[in-house]
Design a protein around this ligand. Sequence first.
Ligand code: P6P
Length: 342
Amino acid sequence: MVRHTATSVVTIERFIIEQERQHPEATGELSGILYDIALAAKMIASKVRMAGLADILGSAGAENVQGEVQQKLDVVSNEIIIKAMDHTGRLCAMASEEEPGIIQIPENFRCGKYVLLFDPLDGSSNIDVNVPVGTIFSVVRKITRGRHGEMEDLLQPGRRQVAAGYVIYGSSTMLVYTTGQGVHGFTLDPSIGEFLLSHPNIRIPDDGRYLSVNDSYEQLWDDNVKMLMRRYRGLEGGTKALSVRYVGSLVADFHRNLLGGGIFAYPANRKSHKGKLRLLYEANPLGFIVEQAGGAASDGTIRVLDVLPTELHQRTPLYIGSKSCVEMAKECLSGVSQLVGA
Ligand code: P6P
């Protein structure tokens, strides 16, 4: 494999081809999916960048399957991804946070052997206040027979992912992905419309630096979760205090911790026994990335990538980041999360 440095001028397309060449058996379909996601990301980035100007702020009024009022950019981003992917012949089905069920490939298009699951614009409630938002995606192989994707193809554990990534629309637009050969980051150069390799072989620091948690839920947490958060804050057991950084936008919080080291935690609580975050298109893709970067992701009991999905939009508690921080969570929670999650 060509070892690139951050000063190498490498487009994402060239990098994808170089990675594909390491797999003689590759048909190029997965590479094509990554190209198409990069295209959709550029289109969404241009909409996000214009959000404050193009008067597409404010909610579309419609409610999505989560019962949340949809921001117009949610709707636009969802449509962009579906239209960029549905005719390529690489997918047999899709699933989106914004859609209740399977997104089938139209009859007039060829079906392929992959499934794409995605959150088109996570954290979109932050758009109006110019806080970074993100797109998250996960790719698994079709496991059922027949042409079209079925629910069984979508409800696969995260360990079966063949690719995963996110786009963060922040001070710059970055696409970070893995196909199981490390984690690589690409920054969009808007002057040429290209994603250029800026963060080859991302590794998460073993030692945590940041704690990202919304502790306004403290009164709903179990005692062991409260104990864990005190340990993260250096108030128990002689642990080092982590700096608290919480944006309230998963991709922004995750990305900072991936590069700087730390833990993002969204615990279960007495109101929401599975927490808030979605397993299939939030926890699993970020879990694949963080493991490939040398970190870990747990639901407080088991590895997130080993959780067996039963519903498309199911939620999961999430502790994700530097390995030592996730291990501390599992130690503190081991005897309790079964009760909370029951
Ligand atoms: P809370 C945004 O709505 C989101 O889905 C994630 O991006 C973010 O991490 C989380 O919710 C924030 O949730 O309950 O802290 O506002």
